[in-house]
Ligand binder design. Structure first.
Ligand SMILES: [Zn+2]
Length: 116
């Protein structure tokens, strides 16, 4: 993967993150219960109470996507980015362009969804 390609993915990831953050600021401040382990994990790791409040006010799917985006941003400077976290094969370029935060190739994603 070229440096240029990574820059494009980074831009997309940051834009998507901003979209979720902006959406949140437009939402009412009604509190939502935290039910998932992922959410609890994020909240536990959150350093400031502001971050905690922010995470608690997101829906589960938004929280999950935010988590995936942050993970992808962490992987971006490494060789791991663009590699399936399950089978270690390359994630297709088309798939990465559409979902740069995805940690799995299309095959593993399907297997994962089937197993639920
Ligand atoms: Zn895979």
């Amino acid at each position: 993967m070229t440096k240029r390609e990574k820059q494009v993915y980074q831009k997309t990831l940051l834009a998507q993150k901003e979209k979720i953050v902006k959406k949140l600021s437009q939402l009412s401040t009604e509190s939502k219960e935290v039910e998932t382990d992922i959410a609890q994990d994020l909240v536990d790791k959150a350093e400031s109470s502001y971050t905690k409040e922010f995470l608690l006010s997101l829906s589960d799917s938004e929280r999950e996507q935010l988590r995936l985006i942050d993970d992808a941003l962490r992987r971006l400077p490494t060789k791991e980015f663009g590699i399936c976290q399950m089978c270690a094969k390359d994630i297709g370029k088309k798939r990465l362009a559409a979902l740069p935060w995805t940690p799995y190739c299309i095959d593993c994603q399907q297997k994962k969804e089937e197993s639920i």
